[in-house]
Design a protein around this ligand. Structure first.
Ligand code: NAD
Length: 483
């Protein structure tokens, strides 16, 4: 059946963990809340420590056979999973909107990107590289899987971050997986687990859920060889500490505080929509969203006004309602945190759009634009991770760059100018893993992705990203005869 005809299934259905190829109940249950209504969306299994240990044991037991399976056969299974996502894209997106809050078209995009990313990533190979083959020696570089990989996922892109950033790389390289979604967005992942149960051999992929209480155990587990973590910098530090005892391999994709520096030669009316989208996609809950705008004094007022107009016009509503541009923020804790950021904006700047939560059920915050605010305010210095954007004035681009670089974060950033050479010069000195020119948020499986400074460790995507799921083995043979 094509996606268009496939009915959206009710979220009120049983969900199961995936452990050792079996779909099983959790030792406990937990409610998952729809952030647009604050109603219980579904009851969800919650794993115990013993179930986490079972999942790791199953992944460990499955590792040998999966690692010995040819990369072509592993690729075929991964592509079968991409087919399953394609076939269920509509109900998956429907469920994703209900648990995460994002507008349905954005959820559809997350699902279709996930499928497309898998297909691209699955093209990679891990050939043996011959480094030297001379009279004296033959040196080969082999890349071996690591073992059990723990994949820990946040709540902003539950599918994309799991399916595109982690699963295909880990499995293609020959590792097995224990996946742990965020407590507030486990349902779509569990739904994908039902598909995986039919595709991958028992134990190759396991999915457990928690209430923020199993991540530390997974991270410190002696039978886990690598943790691929996406989440906040604060939790990233704990992951690093937990992994230290067994010197686990780590990929950490952490928080950001992306600056957009807007030079005076641009037309504010032209750049404002792109800056707005870069800041407010997924209600601002994007690691690489624009989180602070530095605007030159000559265009400062005009850019503030353009962004405020867009914010005033934006339709904020349930993501399932047609026309919604901005859904609710994902969970109550984040909602409360964002209210304190609005207060900070009010105390240290001028709120010219939004600034209020909606008087209704659901975690709705209108897109908020704060001007006349400076570095030193919490809203500028910290990652707000929500629909509140500070706009800071500058006179000198070098000063703006210095202020953008003064952050401990270094995930992304952007320069906006019609002067290509000037923009490129500033971009090359911006201390971030990715710097865009005249755009933001553009990424894909053929482009390496990683954070500078405290925004992360390691690289995702491309061959480089695949290599992070492997251990090198150098075979260095004496080519001279043993005489
Ligand atoms: P979080 O750090 O609170 O949680 C992320 C995951 O870690 C969840 O699954 C959580 O249950 C788990 N966790 C909690 N305590 C743990 C522990 N002690 N050990 C191991 N795991 C533990 O993050 P969040 O609030 O869910 O997500 C928002 C953050 O994620 C933002 O800072 C955002 O910038 C960041 N993020 C980064 C990227 C990136 O690619 N750099 C992408 C998306 C989100």
């Amino acid at each position: 059946m094509s996606n268009a005809n496939r009915p959206a299934e009710s979220a009120y259905r049983p969900y199961k963990l995936l452990i050792d190829g079996k779909l099983v109940d959790g030792a406990m249950t937990m409610d998952v809340i729809n952030p647009a209504t604050e109603a219980v969306l579904a009851s969800c299994p919650r794993a115990s420590e013993a179930q986490l240990d079972e999942a790791v044991a199953a992944a460990k037991a499955a590792f040998g056979v999966w690692a010995d399976t040819s990369i072509a056969d592993r690729r075929a299974k991964i592509l079968q999973f991409a087919d399953a996502i394609r076939d269920d894209a509509f109900p998956l997106a429907h469920l994703l909107t209900q648990e995460q809050g994002k507008p349905f078209p954005e959820a559809q995009m997350e699902i279709s990107y996930s499928e497309a990313f898998i297909r691209q990533i699955a093209l990679h190979d891990l050939p043996v590289e011959v480094i030297e083959d001379s009279d004296s020696r033959r040196v080969e570089l082999h890349r071996k899987p690591l073992g059990v990989v723990g994949a820990i996922i946040p709540w902003n892109f539950p599918v994309l971050l799991m399916v595109a950033f982690k699963l295909p790389f880990a499995l293609l390289a020959g590792n097995t997986l224990v996946i742990k979604p965020a407590p507030t967005t486990p349902l779509t992942t569990l739904r994908l687990g039902e598909m995986m149960a039919d595709i991958f051999p028992a134990g190759v992929v396991n999915i457990i859920t928690d209430q923020n209480d199993l991540g530390a155990r997974l991270t410190a587990h002696p039978d886990v060889a690598k943790i691929s973590f996406t989440g906040s910098t604060e939790t990233g530090r704990r992951v690093m500490a937990g992994a230290a005892a067994s010197i686990k391999r780590l990929t950490l994709e952490l928080g950001g505080n992306d600056a957009a520096i807007v030079l005076p030669d641009v037309d504010p009316a032209v750049v404002a929509p792109a800056i707005f989208n870069g800041a407010f996609l997924n209600a601002g809950q994007v690691c690489i969203a624009i989180k602070r705008v530095y605007a030159h004094t000559e265009i400062y007022d005009a850019l503030c006004n353009e962004l405020a107009c867009l914010a005033d016009r934006a339709m904020v509503d349930d993501g399932l309602k047609q026309g919604t541009q901005i859904g609710p923020v994902q969970n109550k804790a984040q909602y409360e945190k964002l209210k304190s950021f609005i207060e900070d904006g009010r105390a240290n700047g001028t709120v010219i759009a939004g600034g209020q939560v909606e008087d209704r059920l659901g975690y709705f915050i209108r897109p908020t634009i704060v001007r006349d605010i400076a570095d030193g305010a919490r809203l500028v210095d910290e990652e707000q991770f929500g629909p509140i954007l500070p706009i800071i004035r500058f006179d000198d681009a070098e000063d703006a760059l210095a202020r953008a670089n003064a952050s401990d974060s270094g995930l992304g950033g952007s320069i906006w100018s019609n002067d290509r050479a000037k923009a490129h010069d500033l971009a090359s000195r911006m201390e971030s893993g990715t710097v865009w020119i005249n755009k933001h948020l553009d990424f894909g499986p053929t482009i390496p992705f990683g954070g500078a400074k405290q925004s992360g460790l390691g690289v995702e995507f491309t061959e480089e990203g695949l290599h992070e799921f492997t251990q090198i083995r150098v075979i260095n043979a004496n080519n001279a005869a043993l005489v």
